[in-house]
Write a protein that binds this ligand. Structure first.
Ligand code: GLU
Length: 471
């Protein structure tokens, strides 16, 4: 366990801060706060050089108020029980805020994936899955993992394959894990889902005139100066969607360094440059920061930490000059940083709902797996035929023709990607509005994170009490 800083302790602190604004009994609050099941495991693997290594891994189920439990699996050298517990708790709150009917869970394997060959990683992932099966910690109705930091579609296929091999004939087996490749039952749009959700969430906040007035900013995303820390799946896609919406990405940071250009950086070009040279630094036309951390302190409108937890704390928070911070990562700000920003009037859009795009689209994937049919398959052609009928009637009545591009848009029936994107957009807009309403209804609530926790606590507590556990 980390002895310097407890991430789970930070989550508990934020929870307690919000619990004061709810009416629930102490016992109910305590039940919500705690992790229901913590599975810590050790297993051996043979490395490519013949040596044997004992791997440390975890799966934590934070809440069983809904089934299955849901949450990603992280591969990182820093993984520890405290961290996995915190991330599992955040999953519960995240799911409930976006009305995704799952309990929170999280998994972690304490390895630096860069130091292992693909063959070794496959062995580790398959063995981890077998350990989960052994204890019934995985299954479409019990606990459904997904990607997180250091894992992706490849690892999810190994998990599915291991699970299916051990559950022959289980028709819903594909629903045992999400974030799979399309060919293995994945859903279109899952890869970019977290980044897109971050964009939809922040865009909604930027469209609120009262909030923008307070920050001294015009409404809308266009022209806003954005800094993104982390160019992994979440950071890359967040940056890309902001760029597509005509925001200016003025700085990008990675662990090896950070770069800036007041006129804006092209996200794809930077991504390719990093792939080619192995570093984000020395991108043509951009300036290098002397230290990576300086990127967090540059003047901007929106700062998006999209890597790991605990990057902004009580020490560097006073130097942050952003007006709005969007937590794309899980837990990038400590409670001490929250205090600094609340005092300064900086709005922090909190992780546990802002990065819920991933799990929201995981939910769509799980539903697809259980229903065994691709989204849009049944209605696409029917909708197109109907639209065509309506359009020709209107053209006949008005004696006018619409343009070719308008015709294409009006006739188009929904594909899977259209439905996933619009389902996610609806989810993020509603969640943003619900949190803001709660905040406005109770002006004593100090910040948006606390408001989000209040929403989450109320929903989980209602579920518990209506389950009859707390009559
Ligand atoms: N790991 C992601 C998260 O932290 C996704 C979880 C999921 O899709 O279940 O939200």
């Amino acid at each position: 366990m980390s002895n310097k800083y407890s991430f789970f302790g930070a989550v508990e602190k934020s929870f307690d801060k919000a619990a004061k604004f709810t009416k629930w009994d102490k016992g109910i609050l305590e039940q919500i706060r705690q992790c229901n099941a913590v599975y810590q495991m050790r297993f051996p693997i043979k490395r490519d050089d013949g040596s044997i290594e004992v791997i440390e891994a975890y799966r934590v189920q934070h809440s069983h108020h809904k089934a299955p439990c849901k949450g990603g699996i992280r591969f990182a050298a820093e993984v520890n029980q405290d961290e996995v517990m915190a991330l599992a708790a955040l999953m519960t709150y995240k799911c409930t805020i976006v009305n995704v009917p799952f309990g929170g869970a999280k998994g972690g394997i304490k390895i630096d994936p860069k130091k292992y060959s693909p063959f070794e990683l496959e062995k580790i992932t398959r063995r981890y899955t077998s350990e989960l099966i052994r204890k019934k910690f995985i299954g479409p109705g019990t606990d459904v993992p997904a990607p997180d930091y250091g894992t992706g579609e490849r690892e999810m296929s190994w998990i599915l394959d291991t699970y299916s091999a051990m559950h022959p004939g289980e028709i819903d087996a594909a629903g045992c894990v999400t974030g799979k490749p399309i060919s293995q039952g994945g859903v279109r749009g899952r890869r970019e889902a977290t980044g897109l959700g971050v964009f939809f969430g922040i865009r909604e906040v930027c469209n609120m005139p009262d909030i923008m007035d307070k920050l001294g900013l015009p409404t809308g995303v266009e022209g806003k100066k954005v800094i993104v820390q982390g160019l992994g799946n979440v950071g890359y896609h967040s940056a890309k969607f902001f760029q597509d919406a005509k925001a200016k990405i003025i700085a990008l940071a990675e662990y090896e360094g950070a770069i800036w250009n007041e006129n804006g950086l092209d996200v794809d070009a930077v991504f390719q440059h990093r792939k080619k040279t192995g570093s984000i630094l020395n991108f043509p036309g951009a300036n290098n920061f002397a230290k990576t951390g300086e990127a967090l302190e540059m003047e901007c409108d929106i700062l998006i930490p999209a890597a790991l937890e605990n990057v902004i704390d009580g020490k560097n928070a006073p130097n942050v000059k952003a007006k709005l911070i969007g937590e794309a990562a899980n837990g990038p700000l400590t409670p001490e940083a929250d205090e600094v920003f609340a005092k300064k009037g900086i709005i922090v859009v909190p992780d546990m709902y802002l990065n819920a795009g991933g799990v929201t689209v995981s939910y769509f994937e799980w539903l697809k797996n259980l229903s065994h049919v691709r989204y849009g398959r049944m209605e696409k052609r029917f909708t197109e035929n109907m639209n065509s009928q309506i359009l020709s009637q209107m053209e006949e009545l008005s004696n006018k023709k619409v343009t070719d591009s308008a015709r294409q848009m009006i006739l188009h029936g929904p594909d899977e990607i259209d439905l996933v994107y619009s389902g996610l957009e609806e989810t993020m807009i509603n969640a943003t509005r619900e949190i803001m309403e709660t905040w406005k209804d109770n002006p004593a609530i100090p910040d948006m994170r606390t408001a989000a926790y209040v929403v989450a606590i109320n929903k989980v507590a209602t579920a518990y009490s209506e389950l009859g556990i707390f009559p």
